[in-house]
Design a protein around this ligand. Structure first.
Ligand SMILES: *[C@@H]1O[C@H](CO)[C@@H](O)[C@H](O)[C@H]1NC(C)=O
Ligand SMILES: *[C@@H]1O[C@H](CO)[C@@H](O)[C@H](O)[C@H]1NC(C)=O
Length: 995
């Protein structure tokens, strides 16, 4: 017996000894889903939970005072059982899948000081009772789905120092009672879909406040004077609202402020002229995209700023010289203002300048030679000014440069040899200046160069052979110069080259052989030179070629039949010495102008051959023939007329009255509207989209076109389809203007709109016919096997290029608004083109875009999250939808699928990726040997579908990243701090330069 007792003491049964707190935590553990097994050491072999993962105890009392389970992937509701731990002061469950609503009895955690539940899936309203936590100092609920108002009780927090509700779905207004939390140091409410409201002046009572973030909160009205009372404020962010009125002069009393962000509002008036000297700590001021005018205060520029963004306002006058003294200045973006005068002579001498964008102003004088003295200058954008003089010789050493745009100025002189060969420059744009001299052979060193635009200058000499070494070159535009000699033979090495435009130079000699290796060539324009020899038949194998202009040269011989393999948008061979027959495919009236001025050229087009010598003899034959043909024509017309009458009599009851059609055409047409109307019967329906029904019409010349009949046409047409009829309603007033804009678009990845025809109550759009139908139909059918990885990859690049063109290269930019796989059509070679602009919107020239739309745009599963509550549409919503298309390509799944439950594809991918891993996400039909590239595409898709619009890359960047997959490089996915997106600036500054 004694021995037994002894043994009992020696080996105490471990399970009995776990203390009460440990037992509570074990129950907490049971409530969580734990895919990563982080709770694996939460077992009862210990006597206290103090060594368990994420648990910290007070060293003296051994009771739990902190739980940190951030980034552990756990899921389930918040366990209010935690509040039984009497000493608990800190809980962080940051970035997990905590779901459901916050329990109302959370207030029983009486000692809680620090509560972080950011980046979870919490829903419902914010519990009133939170304010009853008497010791709470730090509350971070960022990135959840809380909705409703901020509860009134929040005004009564007694010790709260930080309140962060960023990125929820709060939809009331910002309440004035927040001004009562006098202990508050940080107030972060950005990115909530609040209803329009003012900044409560009471916030000026928060005299301890250091950080105030209210960006994208739908704030209206003026900035209250009282904000100036926040003497400890270091960071003020009121960007992305609709604030108006002047910037209050009291703002200059913010003596501790380091950073002020007021961009993208509607503020008016001048910047305060004096008072800035109070703000000696100010390093970053961004008041871009407002309606501010007046001059830039000298006192502001004396502050030793690091970043000054004043772009897209109406500032005038000079850039104060004092700015050049700042030892911190790295960013200076002043584009699209009315600034004038010369730049400070020593700009850059003292400052580590990184980004300088002065485009679209009226600056003049020379570029300061000191601009790159610190060797950090990456972007130098000065297009559309009146700068003159040379490019300073010192720039030859500016190895940091990546993007240089000096177009549309009055620069002259030779470009320094070293400048041609800067190794990191990928864009060099010198268009429309008076530069002279030759392209230096040193250009061989510009290994990253992708766009070389030097048109409209006075460059002379040969184009150096070294051009052919630039393997990343995509665009070479050197038209309207005085280049001589022949095209370098090495040019055929440019495997990435998409555009070669050297028209209007003095080039001579023959085209180099081996042109078939210019696989990516899309546009070849060598018009108005002195080129001779034959047109190489190899050109016929450039399957992407879309634009071919060799007019105004001395080409001779036959037109190669191989050109018939091309799908050309533009073919111009006029004014050469070509002879022989026109290839049958091109022997049509619509191509005629492209063949004029070649006396020896013949074909079945009237008016081409009559200057021939034999014409005298042949004259009679021709006359006879003509009479014959004329008689035949009269007969045919008669028959057609009769038939026509007969048909229209038969179809008198048809809803569409053909006689009143008005036709708007954007291309030369080989057909008439009547021919099309005859094809609009139900047998020819090939699809129906959100805005209308689509027919295939085979015309008399054998060509097929796709005709879309918009829904509002006739009652009968609408009745046959249920569902999204409202979506297709296009307001009549906008229709013509919109169709007009879209009709002018010519891009290889945009479906061409041939013409539109309309009557008072019916509208037809005639597009080119795409034999492989829509990506959506193909991908989600049993034929999806046709889409192997290389095809899917190419489709993603094509579609991205089309969208990028709409966003960046159209003036004004166009937002598609209904990007989805069903609106990406595939041609005979599975080349992709973006289609269906039923709801597209031209963005207002101010760059602000339509604020809200009267109709819901977009399709289920593709709508960006912010759209659901702001109804604001911009390029970023298209980018989100495109991201969904990428996810479809990668997963082979539908954007919404009952299998996903509540989730859409984006959420499904994210959770499946987290919980089961990559192999459960990728489409099993894809060949796994491409896994690496597929993952890269998936990454881009995820980036495009970022919940915060600001984190989504621009379409131009997307194209670049996609192309990088192709060349087997790691796509660079830059991490943003969530506020200052360089993508944004990049795009904005480009707007002026396109056209
Ligand atoms: C919350 O998450 C848990 C675990 O992941 C899950 O089982 C439960 O269904 C979720 N509840 C809700 C309301 O989404
Ligand atoms: C808070 O600010 C408002 C307006 O700025 C003012 O009227 C009020 O008296 C202030 N309240 C306190 C307690 O200071």
């Amino acid at each position: 017996m004694l021995l037994l007792l002894f043994l009992f003491f020696l080996c105490p049964p471990l399970t009995l000894s776990l203390n009460q707190e440990g037992l509570y935590l074990q129950r907490v553990k049971l409530g969580f889903d734990d895919p990563n097994g982080v709770f694996s050491n939460w077992n009862d072999r210990n006597d206290t939970p103090c060594d368990w993962y994420g648990v910290t105890c007070d060293s003296a009392t051994r009771s739990v005072n902190s739980i940190d389970l951030s980034n552990t992937n756990i899921g389930g509701p918040f366990p209010s059982l935690l509040c039984r731990l009497r000493s608990l002061t800190s809980v962080s469950l940051y970035n997990n899948s905590i779901n459901s609503t916050l329990p109302a009895d959370l207030y029983t955690c009486q000692n809680l000081e620090h509560l972080v539940l950011a980046q979870n899936l919490l829903t419902g309203t914010l519990p009133q009772t939170l304010a009853q936590l008497p010791n709470l100092k730090y509350l971070d609920l960022t990135g959840n789905n809380f909705s409703g108002d901020i509860p009134e009780s929040f005004g009564s927090f007694r010790r709260l120092e930080a309140l962060s509700l960023v990125g929820n779905l709060l939809d009331g207004t910002i309440p004035s009672f927040l001004g009562n939390i006098s202990t508050l140091k940080q107030l972060n409410l950005s990115y909530n879909p609040f209803s329009p409201g003012r900044i409560p002046p009471e916030l000026g009572n928060l005299t301890n406040l250091e950080i105030l973030w209210l960006s994208d909160c739908d704030l209206v009205g003026p900035i209250p004077d009282s904000i100036g009372q926040l003497k400890r404020l270091t960071d003020l962010d009121l960007a992305l609202n609709n604030l108006n009125g002047p910037i209050p002069s009291s703002l200059t009393e913010l003596s501790s402020v380091i950073q002020i962000e007021l961009y993208n509002n509607s503020l008016t008036g001048n910047l305060p002229v004096t008072g800035w000297s109070n703000m000696t700590a100010l390093r970053l001021l961004d008041v871009s995209m407002n309606e501010l005018n007046g001059t830039i205060p000298d006192e502001l520029c004396s502050l030793q700023l690091g970043s000054l963004n004043l772009y897209q306002n109406q500032f005038e006058g000079n850039l104060p010289k004092s700015i050049a003294k700042s030892p911190y200045l790295y960013e200076l973006r002043l584009f699209q203002n009315r600034l004038t005068g010369e730049l400070p002579k020593n700009l850059g001498k003292n400052s580590p300048l990184n980004f300088v964008d002065l485009s679209s102003n009226q600056f003049f004088g020379e570029i300061p030679a000191t601009l790159c003295d610190k060797g950090e200058l990456e972007e130098l954008l000065m297009i559309y000014n009146s700068f003159s003089g040379n490019i300073p010789a010192s720039f030859s050493k500016c190895q940091s440069l990546t993007r240089v745009r000096l177009a549309n100025n009055n620069f002259s002189g030779e470009v320094p040899a070293g400048f041609w060969g800067l190794p990191h420059v990928f864009l060099l744009d010198l268009t429309d200046n008076s530069f002279s001299g030759e392209i230096a052979k040193t250009i061989a060193g510009a290994t990253n160069l992708s766009a070389l635009s030097i048109s409209k200058n006075n460059f002379t000499g040969n184009i150096p052979d070294e051009i052919g070494w630039l393997e990343n070159l995509v665009d070479f535009s050197g038209s309207n110069n005085q280049f001589t000699g022949s095209l370098p033979a090495s040019i055929v090495n440019l495997g990435q080259l998409g555009k070669l435009d050297l028209h209007n130079n003095e080039l001579s000699g023959e085209l180099p052989s081996g042109m078939h290796s210019l696989k990516k060539l899309n546009e070849l324009n060598l018009a108005d030179n002195g080129l001779s020899g034959n047109i190489p038949e190899e050109i016929g194998s450039l399957s992407g070629l879309n634009y071919l202009d060799l007019s105004g040269n001395r080409f001779s011989g036959n037109i190669p039949l191989e050109l018939q393999n091309l799908k050309l948008n533009q073919l111009n061979l006029s004014n050469n010495h070509l002879s022989g027959d026109i290839p049958p495919l091109y022997a049509r009236e619509i191509y005629k102008n492209g063949f004029l001025g070649n006396p020896g050229l013949c074909g079945d087009i009237a008016g081409l051959c009559d200057s021939r010598d034999e014409s005298k003899n042949l004259g009679y034959v021709w006359l006879l023939r003509s009479i014959f043909i004329l008689a035949g024509l009269v007969f045919i017309v008669g028959v057609v007329w009769f038939y026509w009458k007969y048909r229209s009599f038969k179809k008198a009851k048809r809803a569409i009255d053909k006689s009143k059609w008005t036709l708007m055409s954007f291309h030369k047409l080989g057909f008439s509207e009547y021919e099309i109307l005859d094809c609009l019967n139900e047998d020819n329906v090939i699809g129906s989209g959100s805005s209308g029904k689509v027919y295939k019409a085979v015309l008399s010349n054998g060509e097929a076109v796709a005709v879309k009949k918009l829904w509002q046409c006739s009652k009968t047409a609408v009745d046959q389809e249920s569902g999204d009829v409202e979506k297709g309603q296009i307001h009549d007033d906008g229709f013509e203007a919109e169709v007009d804009t879209l009709g002018k678009i010519r891009h290889k990845n945009i479906v061409r709109l041939w013409c539109s025809c309309s009557t008072k109550d019916c509208k037809l759009l005639v597009y080119e016919y795409m034999p492989n139908g829509s990506l959506g139909d193909l991908l989600h059918s049993n034929k999806s096997g046709l889409l192997d990885w290389p095809t899917r990859y190419k489709i993603s690049v094509d579609a991205a290029e089309g969208l990028s063109y709409l966003h960046h290269d159209c003036v004004p930019p166009i937002v598609h608004r209904d990007v989805k796989s069903n609106n990406i059509l595939l041609d005979g070679d599975f080349g992709a083109r973006v289609a269906d602009f039923g709801v597209a919107k031209v963005v207002d020239a101010s760059g602000k875009g339509p604020k809200s739309m009267s109709v819901i745009a977009g399709s289920c599963g593709y709508i960006a999250p912010e759209y659901a509550y702001t109804l604001r549409v911009n390029e970023k919503s298209d980018i989100y939808s495109f991201g969904v298309v990428i996810l479809e390509l990668v997963t082979g799944r539908l954007p919404v699928d009952p299998e996903f439950g509540e989730k859409d594809l984006v959420k499904w991918v994210c959770t499946t990726l987290d919980q089961k891993g990559i192999d459960h996400v990728l489409d099993p039909k894809l060949d796994s040997c491409f896994k690496e590239e597929i993952c890269k595409l998936l990454n881009i898709g995820l980036l495009c579908t970022s919940p915060l619009p600001i984190n989504r890359p621009s379409m131009r960047r997307v194209v670049k990243m996609l192309q990088e997959i192709g060349v087997e490089k790691q796509p660079k996915i830059a991490q943003k701090d969530g506020k200052l997106s360089p993508y944004y600036y990049e795009d904005a500054s480009d707007q002026g330069s396109v056209a």
